[in-house]
Every structure is written in structure tokens, then in C-alpha cells.
Design a protein around this ligand. Structure first.
Ligand SMILES: [Zn+2]
Ligand SMILES: [Zn+2]
Length: 426
């Protein structure tokens, strides 16, 4: 039991750390223990260690540690990708020799698909260009999405690439390029997740979630069959087990478990690993499905959370834009885009907490000039429209078949399902 318990504890610990690291910064979890733990692990603990190290070695140890962490997180290299592939491959080669001969033809068939799919979608996520913006494709990328005058205002230039930033794009400091519909830079695939590989990334998450759950349940099944042959009164759940009419003591139940694990150590260890990491992968998949449902990206959900803070402070104002207006400054804003809807509002912040006056119109960004009517304060994200949310199904279509619902460039009428329904921020 010693070895198994150690593996279980380490895996559980690592999964939990990864979970807190990924989810701790999410706006949705801001006032939860997860966010608090994120602060503890990534702010207070490092600060404490740093203070201690300052006294002991003059800060040398933490210096090299932080250089290593920076290298892992913010440099482009395949270390984590290789670790991920090794974790998959080694686990499978430990698991399959015991499990394969015991599987029915149906499970052999689905098992083969479940094993192959993550490799295929990992390969496609890694090798597909996420949507690099170059001088060559800049005109077409500018026409991908309209500016929403909330998160993205026309006229801002990437200082590194020296190109106007298309709506929803972002410069990745790791890849050193501007990426269309940038979601985030993912160290597991050593690539950005953007407009052109987002669907492969979602499929990678989906197939990995299925693999871990499927492998875990199948492993549990094989182990309990093994155990039941020797201990017929045992059961997978302690309250179902019984020894001679009475309930089985938890201690005895655990001892029999340990016996079963020792009978098939590698299968048992991988089953445990699969079951412990499964919730993490399902969680990441759920988060990305939620992003698609809300018509947003990881990058934009951070921006919306900044806007929430501005709204809480009373610094956010909006007014209407005529969606059918003729765009005046075609140098910075494309005349038409392939997206079925256009911005109908502008959202700005002021330093003073008073509605923008003439000074903003004169000195503000070029985006600050558009719109008409009175400025009104905005207190809640719900009162702001998200231009990029056109309903769950159409958002999904935009991820998997971009172009299907886009407007016809000749008639400017929406094609396919996207008929210009406007979504609201959720
Ligand atoms: Zn750039
Ligand atoms: Zn990147």
C-alpha cells in the first residue's frame, strides 16, 4: 500500500496544484477558496520563501528558481509537450499489457479509438498555425470580426509586428506574433490557441477527458473482477461489501483493495492516475465549452473582468452606435467584416467618474469619437452587449466551421444560420 498511497498522494497534489493554477485567476471564481488558494500558492508562499532565502543565501536560490519558472512558462520550447506525450505513452504501455487480453472486442475497438484520438488532436493542435497575422493576410484578418468598441477599438497598432490589431487578436509574447482570435498561449501544446486551431484544442480536451475516464473505469472494473474472484464478499463501494451478513469493516475493505492493487501494480497505478486527473481535464473542457457558450475567449474573459472592476468603481459609460452607419475612417476600420452583426454601442472609461465630455471626444482615442446620444453609466456586465456572442450553436459553428455563417461579401446578407441575432453578455 505504501507505494500506491505515495503515487496517489503525489498525483492528487499535482492535479490540485494544476487546477488551482488554471482556475484560480478566473473571474468567475474570484471570491472563492480557489482564488484564495491561488494567491497563497503563487503570491504569499513564493514571497515567504523569497524572504527566507534573502536571509540565508542572499536570494540566490530563489533567483535561479524564478529563472527556471520563467523559462518553463514564458519561453517557447517543447518541455511540457514532451512531458505530456511521455505521461500518455508510459501510462498506456504500463496499463495495456495487463488490460488488453481481458478486454472484449467492443472495448478493444473503442479503446483503440480512445487511445489514438488524443495523439491525433495533439498533433493537429501543435502543428496547425493558430492564426498568425502577417502583412500578407492582414486585410483578410481585419475582416474576420468587427470592432466591438468595448474590448476592441479601431486604431491600435501592435508595436512589435507594426500592424493594426484586428478585433479579437492579441500579440503573444511567447510566440512573438499577433494571433487572430487569441485565446491563450498553451504550454502543453507549445503553441497559441487561436482562430485556426481552437477546434483541435477543444477536441484534444474532449478526447483526453474521455480517455482518462474510460481508462479509469475500465481499470476499476478489471481490478474489482480480479479481487472478487478471490474475495466474493468484497464490493467496489465499502457500504455494499459484506462479510457473512454484516457490513465489511472499512479497514478490511482497504486491505483487500491493497491486495488487489499489489496483484496488478502498474494497472492499478495508471487507473488511479487516470481517475485522479480526469476531473481536471473535464474541468478544462467544461471551461472551454462555457467560453464558447458565452461567445468569448480566455483573453476576453480577463478583459471583461477588468471592465467589471471599472463598473464597480463607476468609471464605465456607454452610448449607442448606429449599426448601419457608414464607417468614416476606413484606414483603421474595415468597411465590412464577415461577422453577421455590427457594434451597436461604445463602452469607455473615464478617469473622473463623470460622463465623457467634449475633452474625451477631442483628445480620446479615435474610437472615442463614434456614437451618439447621452452617455449613461454602466454598473453591470449584463447591461453591455457582447458582439461576439451570437448564441451557443452559432458560436460553436464559428469555432468549428469558421466562414459557414459569415456574410456574403456581395449582398452583405448573413449566410447559413447566423441571421444577426444579437447576444447578451452572460
Ligand atoms: Zn504583434
Ligand atoms: Zn503563443
Amino acid at each position: 500500500m505504501g507505494l500506491i498511497a505515495t503515487i496517489a498522494l503525489i498525483t492528487l497534489g499535482i492535479s490540485f496544484m494544476v487546477f488551482v493554477t488554471f482556475f484560480g485567476r478566473l473571474p468567475a471564481l474570484r471570491r472563492t477558496p480557489i482564488a484564495w488558494l491561488h494567491k497563497l500558492i503563487w503570491v504569499y508562499l513564493p514571497n515567504g520563501v523569497y524572504a527566507l532565502d534573502e536571509r540565508l543565501t542572499g536570494g540566490r536560490a530563489t533567483n535561479s528558481c524564478s529563472r527556471f519558472a520563467n523559462f518553463i512558462m514564458y519561453d517557447q520550447h517543447p518541455t511540457i509537450l514532451i512531458f505530456f506525450i511521455l505521461l500518455l505513452t508510459i501510462s498506456e504501455s504500463l496499463y495495456l499489457p495487463t488490460a488488453w487480453p481481458l478486454l472484449s472486442p467492443t472495448h478493444k475497438f473503442f479503446g483503440t479509438i480512445a487511445i489514438l484520438c488524443p495523439y491525433i488532436f495533439l498533433y493537429l493542435s501543435v502543428t496547425t498555425d493558430p492564426g498568425t497575422i502577417t502583412p500578407h493576410n492582414h486585410v483578410s484578418e481585419m475582416a474576420r470580426y468587427p470592432y466591438d468598441f468595448s474590448l476592441y477599438h479601431p486604431g491600435s497598432t501592435c508595436r512589435t509586428c507594426n500592424l493594426l490589431k484586428p478585433a479579437r487578436s492579441k500579440h503573444c509574447s511567447v510566440c512573438k506574433k499577433c494571433i487572430a482570435k487569441m485565446d491563450h498561449h498553451c504550454i502543453f501544446i507549445n503553441n497559441c490557441v487561436g482562430a485556426k486551431n481552437q477546434h483541435y484544442f477543444v477536441l484534444l480536451l474532449l478526447t483526453t477527458s474521455v480517455l482518462t475516464l474510460y481508462g479509469g473505469i475500465l481499470g476499476l472494473n478489471i481490478l474489482s473482477t480480479k479481487i472478487l474472484r478471490r474475495w466474493p464478499n468484497w464490493a467496489l463501494l465499502p457500504w455494499n461489501a459484506n462479510s457473512g451478513g454484516e457490513g465489511m469493516e472499512i479497514k478490511q475493505w482497504l486491505m483487500i483493495w491493497a491486495w488487489g492493487m499489489q496483484e496488478a501494480v502498474s494497472l492499478g497505478a495508471v487507473t488511479l492516475l487516470a481517475l485522479l486527473t480526469s476531473p481536471l481535464v473535464w474541468g478544462l473542457l467544461g471551461y472551454h465549452v462555457w467560453l464558447i457558450y458565452s461567445g468569448t475567449t480566455t483573453n476576453e474573459s480577463m478583459k471583461w473582468s477588468d471592465w467589471q472592476a471599472e463598473m464597480d468603481d463607476g468609471f464605465a459609460f456607454k452610448r449607442g452606435i448606429d449599426a448601419g452607419r457608414r464607417k468614416k475612417n476606413l484606414r483603421i476600420e474595415p468597411a465590412w467584416t464577415r461577422w453577421p452583426v455590427e457594434a451597436e454601442q461604445i463602452l469607455v472609461r473615464t478617469e473622473s467618474g463623470r460622463p465623457p465630455g467634449r475633452e474625451l471626444d477631442e483628445t480620446g482615442t479615435e474610437g472615442g469619437l463614434v456614437g451618439e446620444g447621452e452617455w449613461e453609466p454602466v454598473w453591470r456586465l449584463r447591461d453591455v452587449e457582447n458582439l461576439y456572442d451570437i448564441g451557443f450553436w452559432d458560436n460553436l459553428v464559428d469555432v468549428f466551421w469558421p466562414g459557414y455563417m459569415y456574410r456574403d461579401p456581395v449582398s452583405l446578407e448573413p449566410r447559413g444560420r447566423g441571421r444577426g441575432r444579437k447576444g447578451r453578455r452572460r
